[in-house]
Design a protein around this ligand. Structure first.
Ligand code: DX5
Ligand code: ZN
Length: 217
């Protein structure tokens, strides 16, 4: 069963709780929350207090994507704030296996995220230990960027790696997911689709979500 994770990076931050409730009513499966520190990525977004507020606004699972340096310092704060899935970038985790174990011990599902320029071999050793692999299909930092088409073969390769190991990890993609790109991603074997601008464009979020989900069947 494929899932849609609506990225609130493209929501109107002045009325975030309302926006979250609107995409929940519109049929998204999860809420994707982008945490940026201005160091690992150029942009700065939100911290645990805002994640807690989002968690209070919705019953949906929170899919939290940490784009921060030294994420191991903040795991507990984000799980306490309500992260159901907590994702760390392989590029900033020298002790990745330990970090993954720590997320699980805290009671959340562990996601490992990799940038477009980072090879899949960097996640191969932990594939059987993680709950989800998130492949970035844009360079992280901003919503509304163009999908990097050369990532499709990386997605297919990652699907093959997961299946070959009979690992339980879900395969998620993030960046440039919209009606022009989703069919190829479905065919490549993606389980979870993050979409920001494709969900929060215009004022009929439910119609945007219905359009995406119709392609995910
Ligand atoms: C980018 C973020 C994404 C972003 C995706 O760094 O990780 O989650 O919101 O936005 P779209 O779907 O507009 O490409
Ligand atoms: Zn994200």
């Amino acid at each position: 069963m494929r899932k849609l994770s609506a990225s609130i990076l493209s929501a109107k931050f002045g009325k975030l709780a309302e926006e979250v409730r609107a995409v929940e009513a519109g049929g998204t499966d999860w809420i994707h929350v982008d945490v940026m520190d201005g160091h690992f990525v150029p942009n700065i977004t939100i911290g645990p207090d805002v994640v807690r507020a989002i968690n209070e606004a919705t019953a949906l699972p929170l899919d939290v994507h940490l784009m921060i340096e030294k994420p191991e310092r903040y795991l507990e704060a984000f799980v306490k704030a309500g992260a159901d899935w907590l994702g760390v970038h392989v590029e900033v985790c020298p002790h990745l296996h330990r970090t993954v174990q720590h997320i699980k011990e805290l009671g959340a599902r562990a996601t490992v995220v990799i940038n477009p320029g980072t090879p899949l071999v960097s996640i191969e050793p932990i594939l059987s230990d993680v709950d989800m692999i998130l492949l970035m299909t844009v360079n992280p930092g901003f919503g509304g960027q163009q999908f990097i088409r050369s990532m499709l073969s990386k997605v297919r390769q990652c699907r093959r790696m997961i299946d070959a190991l009979q690992a339980q990890a879900l395969l998620e993609v993030d960046g440039g997911v919209n009606l022009d790109t989703i069919d190829d991603l479905v065919a490549a074997g993606v389980d979870v689709f993050v979409a920001g601008s494709a969900v929060f464009k215009g004022d009929n979020y439910a119609a945007n979500i219905r359009g995406l989900k119709a392609r995910m069947r």
